[in-house]
Design a protein around this ligand. Sequence first.
Ligand code: ACO
Length: 324
Amino acid sequence: RRYSRITGTGSYLPPRRVTNDDFVAQLAEQGIETSDQWIVERTGIRARHFAERDVASSDLALEASRKALEAAGITAEDIDLIIVATSTPDMVFPSTAAILQGKLGVHGCPAFDVQAVCSGFVYALTVADSMLKSGVATRALVIGAEVFSRILDYKDRTTCVLFGDGAGAVVLEASDEPGILACDLHADGRHVDILCVPGNVYGGEILGDPLLKMDGQAVFKLAVGVLEKAARTTLEKAGLTEADIDWLIPHQANIRIMQSTARKLKLSMDKVIVTVDQHGNTSAASIPLALDHGVRNGQIKPGQTLLLEGVGGGFAWGAVLLKI
Ligand code: ACO
């Protein structure tokens, strides 16, 4: 049987780090009132990174990809599939993956984007796993990259304090041994309105609001339930139980969602990789950023079982259970 396994991870944060205090002061200048205490208590976020104006998702993806390739001990020429998960692409088209391919200095292999907002990385990983298992490709670069700073409404304190920019990447290679043990993806388009960027380009004009809108409480309620179910489904598919999970790597949206999910799965927070405090919510980038963080600081060790879980706009959600 053919499997796929992660052989290298990498990540990149743009250098400009904005602490809650920095942000609070910045927003106050525009008459928006918030506080470090409110942000920390409700979300667990203490700082986020914002890219400069001329830095796009593909630039962040390039840095993360280089690190993942180096960790896997291969070069961009060895890659035969590139998938970028992003909701903040460089352009309407072509794909950020095609732009990244050019920046990596290679050509020829398939490259495309996956758009599933904060679930983008688990969606992209599942697609890559299927393509590797079926023999369509042998070595994939799978990336989550976002510049949410561009789509934030800085007049809306309920959303602008939550997000950040960044990228994370993995090299996924075909293998005789797992690797990825089980995947579970879902979407429910009845909830499009609770988290969206409704604007669109029409004849050179923007129709509708081009900034992020969210009903935070509706998202919160839905998120916790679906994450528990997706976790249980992947465990069941792989014939494992919660006790087999060494690390839960959830989408880093909000510490309270992560705590609730861990509680439902009877996992201690010592088994959860947490980066939301330093990164904020980086949407599709948050899971590979947290994964790389855990690998590089020695928390995650080879042979361990990881559960990756994403949830967000769509509503879309999913989980990937794997051995690293
Ligand atoms: N600073 C100070 N006060 C604020 C701020 C702020 N930044 N934002 C909101 N408030 C106020 C509100 O105005 C409200 O005041 P009021 O009671 O006088 O009306 C009060 O705080 C409570 O507001 P709520 O919206 O009810 O706050 P809640 O406890 O629900 O927390 C939050 C809001 C953090 C957004 C929460 O709903 C949440 O975490 N939801 C999940 C959102 C999420 O994680 N989304 C991302 C997941 S999907 C994805 O990643 C794309």
